[in-house]
Each structure stands twice: as C-alpha cells, then as structure tokens.
Write a protein that binds this ligand. Structure first.
Ligand code: NAD
Ligand code: GLY
Length: 364
C-alpha cells in the first residue's frame, strides 16, 4: 500500500493507493461512517461500473447512493441545488463524510456541496478516472461551472481521506485514460525530467493497462501534487500555479470547442502543454529539441498536439480573447507558464498577449 500524506496541519489527510482497495473499503471507511451509514454520490456510468463493487467492499455498512447524470453539465447550480436538498433530506450532519465516487466532475461537485452544507461538512474522495486519481481528488479545489465560465464558483475544501484503487481504471474508456495521462506527463514537464523519462519508457504500458505502471504513475503524481499543495494550498505563492502548465492554452481550446466531447479536458491540456513548449521555443527560451520531444511523446500517446488535431480552427486573436476570461487574470495581465526545457517550467507575468496571438497564427 502506498500512503501519501497531504501536510496541512490540523487539516492534513492521507491518500491511500492500492490495487483492490475498493474491495477492502470497509477497513478504511467504517471509522468514518457515522451510525454505520455512508452516502455515496456517483454518476450513472460509475454507479454501473464500480458502485456494486464498492458496496460489496463496504460489508455491513449501509450505503445510500445518489446517482447523477454523467458529464460536465452536472457541475451546475441546478444539480448542486438538487444534491444539497437530497443530502439535507438524508439528515447529513457536519460530522458526516459524503463520499464522491467518480471522476473530476463528481469530485468537484461533491466537494463543493460538502464545503457549503451546514457551513462545511466532511467528504471522502474515491476517484475512478485517471485524471481524478492523479490530480483533481487531491488538493481541495472544488467548483461548479456558471454561465460566465468553468469552475468560477467554488471553494477550497480539503477531503478527509482519498482512496485510490488503480483497478477502477479497468472500466474507464481508453480515450478517458489517455486524457488523464496528460496530467501524469505534466508532473514530469513541470520539474521532474526523470519522471518524464519514465513516462517515455513506460507510458505505453500504462495506457495498455499495465497495473504496476499505473500504480507507479499514480503514486508518483500524487506525491508531487501533495508536496505542492502543502507548500501553497491556496495558490498564493506561485508554486501551485505551476500545476496549470498547458491550462491557459488548453482553456482557450476548450472554450473554442464549447467544453464538449470534441476535446476532453486532458486532451486540451496535452495540446496546451505542446503549445506552451513550442511558444517557449518561439520566444527563444526553450530548445526546439525539448519542445519536439514533448510533442512527440504526447502524440505517440494518442493525444492532440496541434490546433488541427484539437479540432480548433480559429485565429490567434480569437483564442487570446478566450484566455482573457481566465480566472487567473491579475489586474488585466495573464500569468503564463513557460519552460526553459523539460522539467524547467516557470511562471511568467510579463507575456505580451499580442505575441501569443502571433504565435498561434503561426501554428494554424
Ligand atoms: P468525468 O468526471 O466526467 O469522468 C470522465 C468520464 O468517465 C465520465 O463519463 C465518467 O462517467 C466516466 N468514468 C469515470 N470513472 C469511470 C470508471 N472507473 N469506469 C467507467 N467510467 C468512468 O471527468 P474527469 O476527466 O475525471 O474530470 C474532469 C473534471 O475535473 C472537469 O470538470 C475539471 O474541471 C475537473 N478538474 C478539477 C481539478 C481540481 O483540482 N479540482 C483538476 C483537474 C480537473
Ligand atoms: N489542478 C490544479 C490544481 O489543483 O491546482
């Protein structure tokens, strides 16, 4: 069993990673189930694929499931209202822990519901997508989407426990596995070139379903994220901002494709990272060879690395306009993540958005 602790003083919590953990969930969750009952929120896909297994693993605990529609549109005011009403009807108290079983959509929604219910109650993350296992279930960012944009309404609210069973990925569609893999590669690109080398060697096995490769990649990624969150929980010092590598370009691509299945979040991040490296090379900051290596690895992993592959047919000015709605805007300037090479990402606050637009035009 891998155990990684997120060190946040009184709000510290463990992340447990092991194949088959779901089948033994009782051991870890019985002490958190008030009156022997657990409310588990899942979307329809995960409820079908993993809930029966979790319920069996919970033994004599009573499971009260709440099943929601799948997809990004579930992170909405309407579903949040429905969910909080249901939780209140079930008599949820502050001392209870609501369980989020699913991908980043369910994790973000349930985490936000927990942050506001009775002015804050507990929750447990049981992430079942690769993206959620290596990124969204750790660190306490919770949110829903609003008319003005994605993740614009939310709170920092840390879970009490994260349980990761890599075998849940066996039922995750291959495209979703590839999309989540982009966030794995991200940790290597930020500050860990040896891990990028590991991805280069073992990424193919991971995508093909190799259990050891999956567990290693998840544990390594979670350890990296836990360190960052402990150092900069609320993204105030710039350390946590590094986790947004590829996200500014990626966000523009997602906005242009309507936050739809045309381009999944991880696919947008993959293309965004390839663009961030090529833009860094365009500015003379990063060797072309490193930008080429990044794109080659992502493309070999079945991820988009060009605007065309991301199904985006827009000019630079249009894409930059999407970036202006980014919640990371600070006094009219957009902090940008650039790289001096693989594993040498840094936050630049003086990027000229006209130059970004010209670069994107050169990519079309
Ligand atoms: P998701 O939750 O929609 O899951 C992707 C799809 O896979 C869904 O259809 C889901 O039903 C299905 N699925 C999940 N696990 C499965 C399994 N084991 N078997 C079968 N099907 C399964 O999307 P996601 O990619 O997990 O997460 C994306 C969301 O995460 C976005 O809303 C994004 O904003 C958010 N996010 C949050 C953070 C954070 O720090 N909080 C970080 C990154 C992304
Ligand atoms: N996914 C970026 C963060 O958690 O900060």
């Amino acid at each position: 069993m891998n155990r990684i602790d997120v060190g946040l003083g009184a709000r510290s919590y463990p992340i447990l990673i092991e194949a088959g953990l779901l089948d033994r969930a009782h051991v870890h969750l019985a002490p958190l189930a008030r009156g022997g009952r657990l409310v588990v929120v899942a979307d329809e896909n995960v409820a079908m694929a993993q809930l029966p297994r979790l319920a069996a693993g919970l033994g004599n605990l009573t499971v009260t499931p709440i099943v929601l529609p799948p997809g990004e549109s579930t992170k909405s005011w309407a579903v949040l209202e429905q969910l909080t009403d249901q939780l209140l009807e079930l008599g949820i108290e502050r001392g209870d822990r609501i369980m989020a079983l699913g991908g980043g959509v369910i994790g973000d929604l349930v985490g936000f519901a927990a942050s506001i219910l009775k002015r804050g109650c507990g929750f447990v993350q049981v992430p079942t997508s690769l993206l959620a296992q290596v990124d969204s279930s750790v660190g306490g960012k919770t949110a829903i989407n609003s008319r003005a944009g994605k993740n614009l309404v939310g709170a920092f609210h840390q879970p009490d426990l994260v349980l990761i069973d890599p075998t849940t990925l066996d039922t995750l569609p291959a495209r979703e596995v590839r999309s989540g893999y982009a966030e794995v590669v991200k940790y290597g690109l930020i500050d860990d070139p040896a891990f990028f080398d590991w991805c280069d060697t073992h990424g193919g096995s991971l995508l093909a379903g190799d259990a050891d490769a999956r567990t290693h990649a998840i544990a390594h990624s979670v350890a990296a994220k836990a360190r960052v969150v402990a150092a900069d929980e609320r993204e105030t010092t710039g350390t946590r901002a590094l986790l947004n590598l590829g996200h500014t370009f990626g966000h523009a691509l997602e906005a242009e494709t309507g936050f739809s299945d045309t381009l999944l979040h991880g696919e947008a991040v993959a293309c965004g990272m390839a663009l961030a490296f090529r833009f860094s090379a365009y500015l003379g900051l990063c060797p072309d060879e490193d930008a080429g290596r990044v794109a080659y690895h992502l493309a070999r992993s079945g991820l988009p690395t060009t605007l065309g592959e991301a199904h985006v047919d827009a000019d630079g000015a249009t894409l930059v306009a999407h970036m202006m709605h980014d919640k990371k805007m600070e006094s009219g300037r957009l902090p940008f993540l650039l790289a001096r090479g693989i594993g040498q990402t840094f936050l630049a606050k003086d990027v000229d958005l006209k130059q970004v637009a010209a670069f994107l035009d050169s990519e079309a």
